[in-house]
Write a protein that binds this ligand. Structure first.
Ligand code: CAA
Length: 258
């Protein structure tokens, strides 16, 4: 399948999506987000793919929703088209893990797309922000909801209300990103992490993703119960037998269901 606004390739067992609207700093329009969804569909149904990386350019992961496309929208246009968020949930609903590899600007919808991924690895050049207030709107794809869960209410309020950007070091300190690496190592680091994940048992990877996500959606007791049920079910997997046998026999595990 050919795409207009993204590049799609595979690297070993990793699916790589590169946002590619360089002239608009990867501003997110419906076509681009639909294409990301289609690429995720293809990777999700491909047994040879165990993890996915989404990245942008050196200058921008994505500078937000496409302002030109929505500048003249009426309320009815935005509401009826369910603008920008219509196709957004696909990143969240993907059952295979997704790493956002972020260099440069991740603003507005760009920051929101990165937050919808499972892990954010940032280049030391990364800048995160929710500057929508400067445009007379508010974040519309999770900024007011995912950011406080990631970085605390005070910092989320600060970013959404003042529109200031957070650099990579502050973002790591605040818990928004999992690692900061030199810009020229970003893609290697993200692909290596994704390849590591893709080497483990896929059902276990998916169970972990589902369980960690449950922490966002439920109270602690319900989340712990969910985790325990899934934990017990892991003992039905051949890969559990293989993983534990390999440990006992002091050899590398050879998981069948990768
Ligand atoms: N939408 C459309 N085009 C955009 C864009 C966006 N979000 N961000 C940048 N561009 C375009 C610019 O218009 C410019 O195009 P031209 O060369 O044709 O003029 C090109 O990308 C390069 O941008 P700049 O010249 O502005 O580059 P810069 O280095 O001077 O500044 C920047 C970079 C600080 C990221 C600046 O471009 C900027 O502030 N962009 C807008 C950021 C923003 O407000 N994002 C939130 C969007 S709303 C949203 O995302 C809603 C939501 O929650 C879903």
């Amino acid at each position: 399948m050919s795409y207009e606004n993204i590049l799609v390739e595979t690297r070993g067992r990793v699916g790589l999506i590169t946002l590619n609207r360089p002239k608009a700093l990867n501003a997110l329009n419906d076509v681009l987000v639909d294409e990301v969804g289609a690429a995720l569909d293809a990777f999700e149904s491909n047994d040879d793919i165990g993890a996915i990386v989404i990245t942008g350019s050196e200058k921008a992961f994505a500078a937000g929703a496409d302002i030109g496309a929505m500048a003249t929208f009426s309320y009815m246009d935005a509401y009826l088209s369910d603008y920008i968020t219509r196709n957004w949930e696909r990143v969240k609903t993907c059952r295979k893990p997704i790493i956002a590899a972020v260099a440069g600007y991740a603003l507005g919808g760009g920051c929101e797309m990165a937050m919808a991924c499972d892990i954010i690895i940032a280049a030391d050049t990364a800048k995160f922000g929710q500057p929508e207030i400067k445009l007379g709107i508010l974040p519309g794809a999770g900024g007011t909801q995912r950011l406080p869960r990631a970085v605390s209410k005070a910092k989320a309020m600060d970013m959404c209300l003042t529109a200031r950007m957070m650099d990579a070091i502050e973002a790591e300190r605040a818990g928004l990103v999992s690692r900061v690496v030199p810009a020229d190592k970003l893609l290697d680091e993200a692909l290596t992490a994704a390849e590591t994940i893709a080497g483990f048992s896929l059902p276990v990877v998916m169970m972990i993703k589902e369980s960690v996500n449950r922490a966002y959606e439920s109270g602690l007791s319900e989340g712990l119960l969910f985790e325990r049920r899934v934990f017990h079910s892991a003992f039905a997997l051949e890969d559990q037998k293989e993983g534990m046998a390999a440990f006992v026999e002091k050899r590398a595990a050879d998981f069948k269901h990768r």
